[in-house]
Structures are given as structure tokens and as C-alpha cells.
Ligand binder design. Structure first.
Ligand SMILES: [Zn+2]
Length: 434
């Protein structure tokens, strides 16, 4: 849980001073590791560095007033970046300038205390002072760790808490069951079989893409810094940069708020949710395109797409936390957008057809709501005519797996039986022991 901090001038100075000391310690530890290796071929371990902290404080007396566990946490950061480098996961650790040094961590319950019930309050940092903080936590408990972060000219405290299990679990599970279609039309459709609801993505989220693009374009027109050519950033570039990062963090926050709000609403009345299966990206084949193209595709992933992905995983997480059931519907087999929820008849719909109109039973419904209904009924095992039409559909499909399986009539018969017996749903429940 992150709170924004509002330090007064004196405390702000003190926070900056502490950040600088942690940065210097970080750089000293990096330097120590490199020189020890260069001179003596000796790989310095985390424990060695931790054990030398008292001696270090003898010389650098200003470190005496800093919480020693926080100092250890900074050494851990160094250790972590070396580990990553050794494993080939990260770049060679570098000395950090103060601009690229975010802050420090209190890894245990010492060095700070929190006066809050989860909404706003005060943070006490030893040797620094009492700081007003604003923010609201979803869950609250005993603070366990606290990380101080300086970003875009603002201070934040990221606090983790121990939450009692009972606090998360409602005494009585909500009885509702819902099917959810996360739409291509920037809205999500929820149904319980009787009533339906569609929620639009907030307008800001829909416009954010455009705004950020515009701001980045402005930035590209200004003189960017270049370390190799020793070109400093122009004042205008800095200004444009600040604008871009302000916008992106605003969008990030708004997206997060929206996701949590929508997910919480769904989980407050349902403990059984069916939605499309999370797609795992195919890492072979298509990924072989040029790296540049791939990166570009990643960057261009729409803010809304990311939001819908987050929404789906947040709903899943919250449902599991209360001990409910989240069912992932294999859309390739079930084809929610092409199946009639009332009679199970399948008819291909192109993307521009927004209304489901069954040619067999005459059921008329919004396309996305119909898809949500199909997923709900399928998960409950009440989708009519499901068995045969599904297997027929599957055999004629061209996925290599089915072709392999559908070798002989005997195999085909076996498959048919399996399919109609169990629907192959991925049911994931997890006891919430966190
Ligand atoms: Zn029908």
C-alpha cells in the first residue's frame, strides 16, 4: 500500500540527506565488490558486507544515526543487483547518481512507526520526524516493512502489512454466480443469467493513449540528453519529460483505481465467476520476428488492453482470496461469441455484428452479454446442446492437437465421450493463507 508523504521543509531536507547517505553506501558497496575482485579475485558476499557495517560506521560516523536494518536492506539491494547480473538477468551494476536513486527500506518493524487505521495518518521515522501521509489501504493490519520512495519530486511510503486471515474472508460467501465477458468494445459485460450489466471503461482511460502520445511527440522535438555525446537535456526537454511522466503515472493510478473498484464490486456479490481463459502468449513461432518490432508492439499495447488484463487477474485474485471459484473458460473450444446461450446453436458472427440473434430459437441479446451467458452456463454445466456441437466443432477445427487425436473412429468416439462428460474447465481454488 502506497501513501503519499507530505513532509515540511525541514523534514524534506532530512529525507533528502538520508537518501543521499543510502546512495553513498550503495555506491561504496558496489565499489568494494568490484575492487576486491579486480585486486584479489575475491567475490565479496552480502554477509561480509553486512558484518563490516559496524567498522564502516566507526569511520563514517554520520551513518550511526541511520537504522541499521535499513542499511542492511541497502546492502541487500546491491547483493540483489549483482545476483541478477551473475544470472544474466540484469546489466552490470553501476554507480548510481542521486537522481536515479529512489530511496530506502525498513525491512522489519524498527526505525519507523505508523499512526493510521489504513486511511491517511502519520508516519514516524526515527531521526527524521513525524510526517503526514495520505492514502487509503484496501486491507490493513500490522505494518511489517516500509519503503521510502522519492519519485517525480514527491515522497511516498510503501507499507506492507500483515493481514489477519479473518479480515479477508467474509463470514458468509456471496452466493451470486456471474459470467463476465471482457470486451473488445472497451466495456465489460456481466450477467448472472437473469440480469445483465455493462460497464464502460472510464473516459479518461480511453483518451489517455492519445494524450500520452501527444506529449511524447512534443518531447521528441526537444533536445534530449545524450551521455556519450555529452549533450545535456534542454530545459524544454525536461519540462516535456516531466509532463509525460506525470501523465503516465496519473493514468497508472486511475487505471489501478478503476480495476480495484470494478473487481471489488463484482466480488462483493459473487463467489463464482466464469470468464475467458487467460491467454498465455505463444513464445515460439511468432516471437521470432525482429526484436525491434516486438518491442514496438509491446510499447504500443493499449492502456485499455493492459487495464482489461489487470481486471481479469484482479477479479481472479479477489475471488480466490475470499475462497470462491474462478473458472477459466477455454474460448477456443466453447466459442462464447458464436454460441447461443439458450439453445447451444452455433453460428459464426463477424465482429461488426453486435447483436446475437439465434436462427434456431430466436433468442435476441447483446453480443457480449450473450457471450457472458454462454460462459456462465458452460461453467455451471447447463449450456444446452453443449456436448455434440462442441465436439463436432472441435474435430473440424484445424488445431494440430485435435487432428492428431482424431486419428481413428475409435479415438474419436472416446474423445466425444470425454468431452461430454467433463467440460475440461480449469477450476482453480486456493485457500487464502496469506
Ligand atoms: Zn438459440
Amino acid at each position: 500500500m502506497t501513501f503519499r508523504l507530505y513532509p515540511n521543509k525541514q523534514i524534506d531536507q532530512s529525507l533528502r540527506y538520508h537518501r543521499k547517505l543510502h546512495k553513498d553506501l550503495y555506491n561504496a558497496a558496489v565499489y568494494n565488490r568490484f575492487t576486491q575482485y579486480q585486486k584479489f579475485k575475491h567475490s565479496v558476499s552480502y554477509m561480509e558486507q553486512q558484518n563490516s557495517l559496524p567498522a564502516f560506521k566507526e569511520v563514517w560516523t554520520e551513518y550511526r544515526e541511520i537504522n541499521s536494518q535499513a542499511l542492511q536492506a541497502t546492502l541487500k539491494r546491491v547483493d540483489f543487483s549483482f545476483e541478477r547480473w551473475f544470472k544474466g538477468l540484469g546489466k552490470r551494476p553501476r554507480f548510481k547518481s542521486i537522481r536515479h536513486y529512489s530511496g530506502w527500506t525498513y525491512p522489519a518493524k524498527t526505525g519507523y512507526s505508523v499512526e493510521s487505521d489504513g486511511e491517511n495518518g502519520y508516519l514516524n521515522l526515527s531521526k527524521i520526524g513525524r510526517i503526514q501521509m495520505r492514502g487509503k489501504a484496501k486491507y490493513w493490519g500490522t505494518p511489517t516493512t516500509c519503503t521510502i520512495v522519492y519519485r517525480n519530486g514527491k515522497w511516498y511510503a510503501s507499507i506492507t502489512v500483515e493481514v489477519l486471515d479473518q479480515a479477508l474472508k467474509p463470514k458468509i460467501l456471496p452466493i451470486g454466480a456471474a459470467g463476465i465477458d471482457l470486451g473488445c468494445k472497451s466495456a465489460l459485460s456481466i450477467t448472472n443469467g437473469e440480469s445483465h450489466k455493462q460497464i464502460d471503461a472510464p473516459k479518461f482511460l480511453r483518451n489517455a493513449e492519445h494524450q500520452i502520445k501527444k506529449a511524447s511527440k512534443e518531447k521528441r522535438r526537444k533536445q534530449a540528453p545524450n551521455r556519450k555525446k555529452k549533450i545535456k537535456a534542454s530545459r524544454r526537454w525536461k519540462k516535456a519529460q516531466a509532463k509525460v511522466s506525470k501523465l503516465t503515472s496519473k493514468v497508472r493510478n486511475q487505471r489501478q483505481n478503476w480495476v480495484h473498484q470494478v473487481a471489488a464490486e463484482i466480488v462483493s456479490s459473487n463467489s463464482f465467476v466464469a470468464s475467458e481463459k487467460l491467454e498465455v502468449k505463444n513464445m515460439t513461432g511468432k516471437a521470432k520476428k525482429s526484436k525491434r518490432k516486438k518491442q514496438k508492439a509491446g510499447l504500443n499495447k493499449s492502456i485499455l488492453d493492459v487495464g482489461f488484463g489487470m481486471l481479469r487477474s484482479t477479479i481472479k485474485y479477489k475471488i480466490e482470496q475470499i475462497g470462491g471459484v474462478f473458472i477459466e473458460v477455454p474460448t477456443k473450444q466453447v466459442k462464447p461469441s458464436q454460441t447461443c446461450p439458450k439453445c447451444g446453436h452455433q453460428d459464426k458472427k463477424t465482429l461488426d455484428i453486435r447483436v446475437h440473434e439465434c436462427t434456431v430459437c430466436g433468442y435476441v441479446q447483446d453480443r457480449d452479454i450473450a457471450a457472458a451467458e454462454v460462459m456462465l452456463y458452460w461453467a455451471k454445466g447447463t449450456l444446452p446442446g453443449f456436448g455434440t456441437s462442441l465436439v463436432d466443432g472441435d474435430v473440424t477445427s484445424s488445431t494440430s492437437r485435435t487432428r492428431k487425436k482424431a486419428g481413428s473412429m475409435k479415438q474419436l468416439g472416446q474423445m466425444k465421450r470425454q468431452k461430454s462428460e467433463s467440460t475440461g474447465a480449469v477450476v482453480e481454488t486456493r485457500s487464502s493463507t496469506k
